[in-house]
Design a protein around this ligand. Structure first.
Ligand code: ATP
Length: 704
C-alpha cells in the first residue's frame, strides 16, 4: 500500500534508544543475519489474532504476553529532511476522521472513535460512548483499541481505514490488521517469551500475605513500612509476597479480561544501616507499561488519585476508599501509551510524593493528562507521601481537599506564588538540582543540574568536549534523568561506544566476554538518541525534541554541536543572527518544556597559548547572555602537561558562583576525574581566566 511518511512517523524514525537495535549494518551483521532485523516477526502477527488463536499458535508463550501494549519496534526509516511533511496536529486528526465519515468524541488526551476491529452496527450511535473503544492520542496520532487491545501508529490507523473502506466491510479482522503492522525483532520476541515465563513462575510461587506465618507476615510488613495496611486491601490489589527474594509482588492486570500482564518486585537491601528499596520489573521496563490498580476501576469511576508508588496507592485506598492508581516507573515517566486508560476520569489528583522532583513531575504529567481535569498535592511537611501521611495518622481525605488545580493563569500574584517561594526556600538542596556523582567539584561550583536551564559548553577543537559531555550526561542519566542525545558530528554507534566504556569504567575491547553484561545494564538507562547525522534544520531538531519530551519525559537534551544547524537556514544571511536565532530557540524550548538543554558551541579561533573566555564563544554575546550556565573545557598543555584539562564554570545564573577545577583523563575508561591532592585552580577576578593554586577547589562568590 502506497503512503507518504507523516511527521509522526519521521519523528519516531529520528529517535532511537539503547532498547532499539542500532542501524549500523556492521553491528547488525556481527550480531544476527541482517534479514532477521528487517523481516516481519511472527509474534506481532500473532499479537493481532484473537487470544485463543494466538495461544494455539504459540503454546510456549503465556497468553498475557501476546499483548499489543508491548512496544512495537519500528523498522528504521531514512532520516532525510526531504521526506518531511506537515506536522500532525489534533486538528488534522479530526479533519481526517471527518473526511472518512468516522464519528468521534473529543476527550482529554485522546480522540475516541468506534473500533475498526470490533464488530459493531454499521451506523454507530454517536451518543453511545461504549461503542467508541478506539483511542487516538491527540499529540502523536497513535491509537489503542481497548476492546481488542490492538494498537498502532497513526499511519497504521490510516492504512486500516483505507483497507476497511476499500473492502466495504464493517470491521477489520485482527489478522488483516496484523499484516499491516511493523513488528518486534526476534530478540524482542525471545525476551518477551522469557519474561512471560518468569512472570508466571514468580506469580505461582508467591503467597498472599494473609497466608504467611504470623511472624513472617509481621516482618514483611515492617520491612516495607506497610504495617498499617490490612491484608484485605493487599489481596484486593493482588499484592503477594515472594519468599525466595523476600520481595513484595505488585501485579499488573489487564483492564479488559483481568489476566496477569506483568509484575513489579520490590525488595529491600541494607546499605550501611540504611534500607534501600530496589524495583525489578517483568517484562523489562520499556517493553511493557501498565498501571497498578487499573483492574479495580469501574466503568462509572470518574475520579482517581494517581500516586508514584504502589504502597501509596494502597494506603490512600484504605484510608479514603477512593479509586487509586500507581504509575509503573514512579515520577520518572508517564508513557503516552497509558493515557487511553485514564480517559474515563473527569478529575485526576496527582499525589506523587514529598520532594521537589515529585512536584515537578506532577506539573509535567498534568500537561499530558490535560490541565483542565488535574489537581496536584503540593509536597510539604503536613503533606508527605500518602503512606507516610497514613502512618502519621494524618487525615488523607483532608489533604486531598487541599489539591490545587493544575491549570495556571499567565498572570499571577504573589499570593499564588508564595507557596512556591516557600517551597524553594525550604528545599534549598533539592532546588539546587541533581548532583553529579563523578564530578564533586562541579557540584561545589554549579550546585547541581536543574530543569529548564540552558548550558553552553565550549572548548578548543579536539580538546575532548564530546568525551567530557558524554560522561557528564551519563552521570545524570544514571541517576534517572531521562536523556536525549543529538550527536550530529559523531555517529550514534561511536558515541554509544564511548558512553558504554565510561559506564563500565574500563576498556571493553579487551574483555568482550563482559560485553553482554554491561550492555544489558546500559540498555536499562533512560537514554535516547536522535538518528540525525550531519547538517540539520533547527525546526526539525526541535520537533524531535518536543516529540521525545512527550513520549519519554525527557529532562535533559544534549546537542553536539550548534554548528551543525548553521548550514540549513536560507533565511539568514548573517551567520551571527542565525546563531542567535538558534540559541534563542533552544532557550525557549528549555523554559517551555522544563527541560535542561546542554548545547556545545565551538569557540572562535584563539591563540594557542591563551585560555578561552566567555567572549571566545563563537558568535555574538547573545549565546552567553541567554545561557544559564557557561562551561569551558580549558586545555593548558603548557602548564599542566599533555592530557590535562580543567573545567571552568564561567557563568552560573543560579547563585553566581564561578570557578574552575582540574580534570585528569583516563584513556582506558575515557573518563575524567578530579586529581586527588594535586594542584587545584581558582578563578581570578574579572577577566574570566583561571590560574593555578594549591590546594583545594576554589570558587569565587558572585559580587552583589
Ligand atoms: N584530556 C584528554 N587527553 C587526551 N586525549 C583526550 C582527552 N579528552 C579526550 N581525548 C581524546 O581526544 C579525542 C577527541 O575527543 P573529542 O571528540 O571528545 O573532542 P572534541 O573537543 O569534541 O572534538 P571537536 O572539536 O572535533 O568537536 C578522542 O579520541 C578522545 O578520546
Amino acid at each position: 500500500m502506497q503512503r507518504s511518511l507523516s511527521r509522526g512517523q519521521l519523528l519516531r524514525s529520528l529517535l532511537s534508544s539503547p532498547h532499539r537495535r542500532p542501524r549500523d549494518p556492521a553491528w547488525i551483521a556481527a550480531r544476527a543475519p541482517a534479514q532477521s532485523f528487517w523481516c516481519s516477526s511472527r509474534l506481532s502477527k500473532k499479537a493481532g489474532l484473537p487470544a485463543a488463536a494466538a495461544a494455539a499458535a504459540s503454546p510456549a508463550l503465556p497468553r498475557p504476553f501476546q499483548d499489543p501494549l508491548c512496544r512495537h519496534f519500528k523498522k528504521d526509516l531514512p532520516a532525510s529532511p526531504d521526506l518531511l511533511l506537515q506536522p500532525l496536529s489534533a486538528t488534522e486528526i479530526r479533519q481526517y476522521l471527518r473526511s472518512k465519515n468516522i464519528s468521534f468524541h473529543d476527550g482529554y488526551s485522546c480522540l475516541r472513535a468506534p473500533s475498526l476491529f470490533a464488530e459493531r452496527p454499521r451506523a454507530s450511535d454517536p451518543s453511545d460512548k461504549e461503542n467508541f473503544s478506539l483511542f487516538i492520542d491527540k499529540t502523536t496520532g497513535r491509537f489503542l483499541c481497548k476492546a481488542t487491545l490492538l494498537e498502532g501508529s497513526w499511519e497504521d490507523f490510516q492504512d486500516g481505514v483505507e483497507l476497511l473502506q476499500k473492502e466495504g466491510s464493517p470491521f477489520l479482522s485482527p489478522q488483516t490488521f496484523a499484516s499491516l503492522l511493523e513488528s518486534e525483532t526476534e530478540r524482542d520476541e525471545l525476551e518477551l517469551e522469557l519474561d512471560g515465563l518468569e512472570v508466571q513462575r514468580i506469580w505461582e510461587k508467591a503467597l498472599w500475605v494473609s497466608d504467611l506465618e504470623e511472624e513472617e507476615a509481621r516482618l514483611a510488613k515492617t520491612i516495607f513500612n506497610i504495617t498499617g495496611i490490612n491484608n484485605a486491601i493487599l489481596k484486593k490489589f493482588g499484592v503477594k509476597y515472594f519468599k525466595p527474594t523476600k520481595s513484595l509482588v505488585f501485579p499488573w492486570f489487564s483492564s479488559r479480561d483481568f489476566s496477569l500482564k506483568g509484575l513489579k518486585l520490590l525488595s529491600a537491601q541494607c546499605d550501611q544501616q540504611l534500607v534501600k528499596y530496589v524495583e525489578t520489573m517483568f517484562p523489562k521496563p520499556g517493553n511493557y507499561y501498565s498501571l497498578f490498580g487499573l483492574h479495580l476501576m469501574g466503568k462509572k469511576d470518574i475520579q482517581v488519585v494517581i500516586t508514584s508508588r504502589e504502597v501509596d496507592s494502597l494506603a490512600l485506598n484504605q484510608a479514603t476508599g477512593l479509586p487509586t492508581i500507581a504509575l509503573p516507573r514512579g515520577v520518572s515517566c508517564l508513557p503516552p501509551v497509558l493515557l487511553p486508560f485514564l480517559e474515563q476520569f473527569k478529575r485526576i489528583i496527582l499525589w506523587l510524593g514529598d520532594d521537589l522532583r515529585s512536584w515537578e513531575a506532577s506539573k509535567l504529567f498534568a500537561r499530558k493528562l490535560n490541565l483542565k481535569r488535574c489537581s496536584l498535592i503540593r509536597p510539604g511537611e503536613k503533606q508527605p507521601c500518602p503512606l507516610d501521611a497514613y502512618a502519621q495518622g494524618l487525615n488523607l481525605g483532608k489533604i486531598l481537599k487541599t489539591a490545587i488545580p493544575a491549570a495556571h493563569k499567565s498572570i499571577t500574584s504573589f499570593r499564588q506564588l508564595r507557596e512556591d517561594v516557600f517551597g524553594e526556600l525550604a528545599n534549598v538542596e533539592q532546588v539546587a538540582g541533581v548532583k553529579w556523582s563523578r564530578f564533586p567539584d562541579l557540584n561545589k561550583v554549579l550546585k547541581g543540574h536543574r530543569k529548564g536551564e540552558l548550558t553552553i559548553f565550549t572548548g578548543p577543537t579536539g580538546s575532548g568536549k564530546t568525551t567530557f559531555i558524554s560522561e557528564y550526561a551519563l552521570d545524570l542519566c544514571n541517576q534517572g534523568i531521562n536523556t536525549l542525545w543529538g550527536s550530529f558530528e559523531i555517529n550514534n554507534v561511536r558515541l554509544a561506544k564511548v558512553m558504554l566504556t565510561q559506564f563500565a569504567m574500563q576498556r571493553l575491547e579487551e574483555q568482550l566476554e563482559n560485553y553482554e553484561m554491561w550492555a544489558d545494564k546500559f540498555e536499562d538507562l533512560p537514554l535516547y538518541f536522535m538518528t540525525f547525522h550531519g547538517q540539520q534544520n533547527i525546526k526539525m531538531v526541535v520537533d524531535v525534541m518536543q516529540h521525545a519530551v512527550y513520549m519519554y519525559d525527557i529532562n535533559h537534551v544534549v546537542i553536539d554541536n550548534l554548528q551543525f544547524m548553521m548550514g540549513q537556514e536560507q533565511l539568514f544571511t548573517d551567520k551571527f543572527a542565525l546563531q542567535d536565532y538558534i540559541v534563542g530557540t533552544f532557550r525557549k524550548f528549555a523554559t517551555e518544556n522544563s527541560c535542561h538543554v546542554t548545547l556545545v558551541i565551538h569557540p572562535r579561533k584563539e591563540e594557542d597559548d591563551k585560555e578561552l573566555q566567555t567572549a571566545s564563544i563563537f558568535g555574538s554575546a547573545k549565546a552567553s547572555q541567554e545561557a544559564d550556565n557557561v562551561l569551558i573545557l580549558q586545555d593548558r598543555k603548557l602548564i599542566t602537561g599533555p592530557g590535562k584539562r580543567y573545567l571552568q564554570v564561567a557563568k552560573n545564573r543560579f547563585d553566581g558562583d564561578v570557578g574552575a577545577f582540574p580534570l585528569e583523563f583516563n584513556k582506558a575508561s575515557l573518563t575524567y576525574s578530579s586529581p586527588k591532592g594535586k594542584t587545584r585552580l581558582k578563578k581570578l577576578k574579572d577577566d574570566n581566566t583561571v590560574q593555578l593554586k594549591t590546594p583545594g577547589v576554589e570558587t569565587s562568590e558572585k559580587k552583589s
